[in-house]
Design a binder for this molecule. Structure first.
Ligand code: NOJ
Length: 512
């Protein structure tokens, strides 16, 4: 016979196991924690348009889309985009329809500082952001600003962009102006959106402007400069602005989950993780700081074998390590998907050398059975999000987390059941992670509306609202996901059974 403490223990284990099963097939409404903020995001080049209006100068996406129009799907560009520069009032109206707590958007550096530098501030550009911020605040929608979401002034690119160490000063000067202009009203700041994409895709491969394909070299130099620039801005805000403005500031990392194909490939998956986002997370969020050890060793060894006099991965000075360590109030994560990883004999010599991928020596892929979105890279793997959140909690001592992007792409169409299902599944596992102890305070849907999806132009749509690019006023219409997200925000609950009536308009509730 079992004594009662033992019996209790077994009963408790059984209940726990059952509740995990229930989580998987959960069908009762699930509450969000009190105080959790729910919002949506966009970025300047992707929505603003007005590419040469009112004194704005060219950025690297203007240059790329005009110089080589058809590197973008269907030769699209962001000249008009969603025309948010002129339609910001409609954008805020949509935020009110959804009942958003906040809206995350980015500033166009070349709209505010047409020379790239603070010698000339473009009043018209400033006015646009003031109007947008004030309109949001009128309805109690918190502005969250990303200082850099990929649209570098072209002049700075001509001087090497993120590979020129002077970018540290350029970015600090620009950020100071932004804090001075908007920091009285804006309390959430993000320095840089997705450094990995900025450096690896912009400087290591031809998938983001400026299409500078110097993998395994320019991408690493970009990374080092970017981290130092970020940290300088963090400390500037902390020392000079936070005392009076009282806001919070951090960096936004894109973090996929890397799953080993089988247990024997665990090291390969971990190596890829460290190369893909450990390179940014380790210097800022680990106790030791600096680039991940495995990266330093692998790149140094490869560089030596290739005849380089020093590692292609630049070194931080001890002062820089200290400067970067801890330079973020929270870890902001953009998460979309999961990738499988393995390493076997076939990998050696598989990638061009020298290159970032050759330095890692792994092969990664998506399982062909995985359900996909319109974007080929985006597969629906909610368990990967759960594992990622667990890993972050364990590896970085449970940092405060903001989910600054999560979403799903479709083609055109208003009945987006696959997007609804994606959001529900990802929110569900996020709530699981919170129950496990993750400190997640913010969740952001990407995106408020369809927008310019970089090299994919307008062919891949991430919007809660569909945008009609044929209409001169870029008509925005709520998709089913907008109705569902609105109900999630209103009720502060995730209810898998909720079915909206899309024949009714999405109207603004009283309190908004
Ligand atoms: C991350 C980027 O920040 C955003 O600009 C992009 O549109 C989404 N991912 C979707 O790819």
């Amino acid at each position: 016979m079992l004594g009662s403490p033992q019996l209790l223990f077994y009963v408790a284990c059984f209940v726990l196991a059952e509740s995990k099963v229930a989580n998987v097939n959960r069908h009762e409404a699930r509450k969000f924690p009190d105080g959790m903020l729910l919002g949506a995001a966009t970025a300047s080049y992707q929505v603003e348009g007005a590419w040469d209006e009112d004194g704005k100068s060219e950025n690297i996406w203007d240059t790329l889309t005009h110089r080589e129009p058809c590197v973008i799907a269907e030769c699209h560009n962001g000249d008009v985009a969603d025309n948010s520069y002129h339609l910001y009032k409609r954008d805020v109206e949509m935020m009110r329809e959804l009942g958003l707590d906040f809206y995350r958007f980015s500033l166009s550096w070349s709209r505010i500082l047409p020379t790239s530098f603070p010698d000339k501030i473009n009043e018209k550009g400033v006015e646009y952001y003031n109007n947008l911020i004030d309109e949001m605040l009128k309805y109690n929608i918190q502005p969250m600003i990303t200082l850099y979401h990929w649209d570098l002034p072209q002049k700075l690119q001509d001087m090497g962009g993120w590979t020129n160490p002077h970018i540290v000063d350029w970015f600090t000067d620009y950020s100071r102006i932004a804090f001075e202009l908007f920091g009285d009203r804006v309390k959430y700041w993000f320095t840089i959106n997705e450094p990995k994409e900025v450096c690896y895709q912009g400087y290591g491969s031809a998938s983001m402007a400026p299409l500078f394909t110097m993998s395994g070299y320019a991408d690493y130099i970009c990374t080092k400069n970017l981290l130092v620039a970020h940290a300088k801005v963090y400390h500037m805000y902390n020392n000079e602005f936070r005392p009076a403005q009282g806001g919070t500031i951090g960096i936004v990392l894109s973090m996929s989950f890397y799953e080993p194909e089988s247990e024997e490939h665990a090291e390969a998956a971990e190596d890829l993780t460290q190369f893909e986002w450990g390179i940014y997370a380790n210097p800022i969020f680990s106790k030791t700081g600096d680039f991940p050890q495995v990266m330093k060793e692998k790149v140094a060894a490869k560089s030596k074998a290739q005849g380089f006099p020093r590692s292609r991965l630049p070194e931080f000075t001890p002062e820089e390590i200290e400067l970067v360590k801890g330079s973020s109030d929270f870890l902001a994560i953009n998460h979309y998907t999961t990738t499988l990883v393995y390493r076997n004999e076939s990998v050696f010599g598989y990638h061009a050398s020298p290159s970032y991928y050759d330095d890692i020596d792994v092969i990664s892929y998506k399982d062909s059975s995985w359900e996909g979105a319109a974007s080929s890279w985006l597969k629906v793997i909610p368990w990967g999000f759960y594992k990622l959140l667990t890993k972050i909690r364990e590896d970085y001592d449970n940092p405060t987390i903001f989910i600054t992007e999560n979403g799903f792409s479709t083609r055109q169409g208003l009945v987006d059941d696959d997007r609804v299902s994606y959001y529900r599944q990802y929110l569900d596992v996020m709530l699981d992670a919170i129950e496990d102890g993750s400190d997640i305070r913010v969740y952001t849907a990407w995106s408020l509306m369809d927008n310019f999806e970089w090299l994919q132009g307008y062919t891949e749509r991430f919007g809660l609202y569909e945008v009609d690019y044929e209409s001169p006023d870029r008509t925005r219409t709520p998709r089913k996901a907008a109705y569902v997200y609105k109900e999630i925000i209103r009720s502060r609950k995730l209810d898998f059974h909720y079915e909206p009536d899309m024949s009714l308009p999405l109207t603004i509730d009283e309190e908004h």
